[in-house]
Design a protein around this ligand. Structure first.
Ligand code: ADP
Ligand code: ASP
Ligand code: MG
Length: 414
């Protein structure tokens, strides 16, 4: 029998009304002859009673930082609550259902508590329940380490649970249900005119997700991509067909392919600080300056937008680790110049590979809108610009318009 995975995010399982919409989607998959595995997130978002943020806040006030192992135990409860509540409502609707925790569903992770990686999935229990005709609800976001401890997969990690279970069960499709119609050309919270994409490649979505598009966890896309399991991002609250995520080959075989789109979407990350270190005078003799990236790495601070020349070293860090980064530099007699309140805007598109002038287009769009580019960088399929936070919305709008992202590619070709 065909298996389908349906993952429902926090806003989908937040209220009794929203869970009725969830049950409709599950019922439809059952009617279409699928064995259904449902993966759930914790209910609601920050401020809601059983959300992950609310659980984290329960221990945040304590001066003694709780260990990540214990924190994992606490935050894994959010998904347990939503699974059991949804299970009872599914049964009330007349279907047979059961709940499994991540460990019971056979999700084995490494022991990086708080951000564990899935190593293996042993889905025997899920399969056993499916063959009994049950709708199997699995708590997202959780796994078990080799020594039997509860681990969590990083914020947004229920997507990863869904993809990993999908691969283990060789599912026909993994459906990620959320509160928007699918993957959009930009974050709809930042830009009203963002358009929902019919299709996107795993690679493009992975890049958008790495660059801050919260719609899906990048690890989930990587896992689905490895086994070529189709992903679909859909809206729990509408009948919109959503966005299909597949390989580039599958997309280019479509009659309404997107091959003339240079840019597929724009993502952004806020709360970035730029650090600049001049190498002149006494600093020239300070060997620590050449070791600056090692100093950051030793303290687990990830750096981005790296530029290094004989005169200066420039890089960015997330605002929340800025104080720590500056402290480390000063301890090593390095005097950094800091620019806070920056944001990174990324234009992503497989169609830009080998196309000349994409960067020039980006620069002119930003210049025409009086947006200063503080730094920029590129790869085959992405171009990143660092801008002042106050210019971020304007920059997203400018790039969206420059690359005609509000128009469908097949309409554009006509
Ligand atoms: P869930 O709780 O369902 O996992 P998330 O909040 O994690 O939902 O992800 C959905 C949100 O992602 C949307 O509400 C939207 O604001 C945001 N988002 C950011 N970038 C994009 C994008 N490119 N396309 C669609 N949604 C995006
Ligand atoms: N509940 C977890 C979080 O808020 C996992 C998820 O929602 O995917 O990060
Ligand atoms: Mg999410």
């Amino acid at each position: 029998m065909k298996v389908i995975i349906q993952k429902f995010g926090g806003s989908s399982v937040a209220t009794i009304e929203s869970r009725q919409a969830v049950i409709k989607k599950i019922a439809k998959a059952k009617q279409n002859g699928y064995q259904v595995v449902v993966v759930v997130s914790a209910m609601g978002r920050s401020g809601d009673p059983y959300s992950t943020d609310t659980l984290i806040n329960l221990v945040k006030r304590s001066k003694q930082m709780i260990k990540t192992k214990e924190l994992d135990l606490l935050i894994s409860c959010g998904e347990v609550i939503s699974a059991v509540v949804l299970c009872s409502e599914i049964e009330e609707a007349g279907y047979s259902s059961c709940c499994l925790t991540g460990p019971e569903a056979g999700i084995i992770t490494d022991d990086s508590h708080g951000n564990a990686r899935v190593l293996e999935v042993h889905p025997a229990e899920v399969q056993r329940m499916l063959t009994q005709g049950k709708i199997v609800i699995v708590t997202g976001f959780q796994g078990r380490t080799g020594d039997g401890k509860i681990s969590t997969l990083g914020r947004g990690g229920s997507d990863t649970s869904a993809a990993a279970i999908g691969v283990a069960l060789e599912a026909e499709r993994v459906e990620i249900y959320t509160d928007v119609d699918g993957v959009k050309t930009a974050d709809p919270r930042m830009f009203d005119d963002a358009r929902t994409l019919d299709r996107i490649t795993y690679n493009e979505l992975c890049q958008l997700a790495h660059e801050g598009a919260k719609i899906i966890h990048p690890r989930a896309v990587e896992i689905a991509m490895q086994q070529n399991i189709p992903l679909k991002i859909c809206n729990t609250f509408s009948d919109h067909p959503g966005t299909l995520v597949t390989s580039g080959k599958a997309i280019y075989e479509q009659p309404t392919q997107i091959k003339d789109n240079i840019i597929t979407g724009i993502a952004h990350i806020s709360n970035i600080a730029q650090i600049r270190i001049k190498i002149e005078g006494a600093a020239k003799k300070n060997s620590n300056v050449t070791e600056v990236f090692k100093l950051m790495a030793d303290d687990n601070i990830s750096v981005d937008f790296i530029y290094a020349s004989l005169e200066e070293v420039i890089f960015t860090v997330r605002q929340e680790v800025l104080e720590k980064a500056v402290c480390i530099l000063e301890e090593n007699k390095i005097e950094p110049m800091v620019r806070e309140n920056c944001a990174k805007v990324a234009a992503v598109g497989a169609g830009m590979t080998g196309v000349p002038g994409v960067m020039a287009n980006i620069v002119s769009a930003l210049n025409e809108n009086s947006i200063e580019i503080l730094q920029s960088s590129d790869s085959y399929t992405s171009i990143w610009c660092l801008v002042d936070q106050k210019d971020l919305k304007k920059a997203i709008r400018a790039l969206h318009s420059q690359f005609g992202l509000h128009e469908r590619a097949d309409q554009k070709a006509e």
